[in-house]
Design a protein around this ligand. Structure first.
Ligand code: IMP
Ligand code: MG
Length: 176
């Protein structure tokens, strides 16, 4: 498995220390608010689990299953496996995703929440922010780390379904 990892980009301990900070920030910002966290699966599975244990206010969690990527190139089409949206009316929503790349996923889901629900406020939080020209206009309100235009795996991120269980973020390379 690790033969496909060109280099470790972000070590496990570095991720967890950053999550301490993000958790504290979110705790402060949403104190005394009704918060629903919407996590985009499968990519944000591990990020969600580690981050939410650092958020020390009452909240609800909803998980949405969405897919868009095939291999290392985005398809530009978002498949929703979600039939219904749990009630987020009059609540603040914080969308969690593993990585902000073209922006199509976050933008589509954010727009859907804004147009189809009466959420008070929709903000976004991503572990990784690719510093690239985006196809969709969206930026994250909370971000763990900025990275360059590289394909990364681990800590929830996959290549065709693999590598999600690596405890760190690594740069993927095709094995020769
Ligand atoms: P976007 O819609 O292009 O912003 O991409 C969103 C989705 O593509 C993310 O939720 C990831 O699942 C996937 N993705 C984008 N870049 C990477 C990467 O470098 N590694 C693994 N998955 C990625
Ligand atoms: Mg993915």
């Amino acid at each position: 498995m690790e033969n496909n990892i060109e280099k470790i980009l972000i070590h496990e301990q570095t991720i967890l220390s950053r999550l301490d900070e993000l958790g504290e920030q979110i705790t402060k910002d949403y104190e005394n608010k009704e918060l629903t966290v919407v996590a985009i699966l499968n990519g944000s599975l591990i990020f969600m689990a580690d981050l939410l244990r650092r958020v020390r206010i009452p909240l609800k969690v909803d998980c949405w299953s969405v897919s868009s990527y095939h291999g290392t190139k985005t398809t530009g089409k978002i498949n929703f496996r979600q039939q219904t949206i749990n009630d987020v009316d009059h609540r603040c929503v914080l969308l969690l995703d593993d990585i902000l790349d073209s922006g199509l996923t976050l933008k589509t889901i954010k727009d859907k929440l804004i147009s189809e629900t009466q959420a008070l406020d929709v903000k976004t939080c991503v572990l990784l922010n690719k510093k690239i020209q985006r196809a969709a206009e969206v930026e994250a309100d909370y971000k763990g780390f900025d990275i360059g235009d590289e394909f990364v795996v681990g800590y929830g991120l996959d290549y065709n379904g693999h590598f999600r269980n690596l405890p760190y973020i690594g740069v993927y390379h095709e094995q020769v």
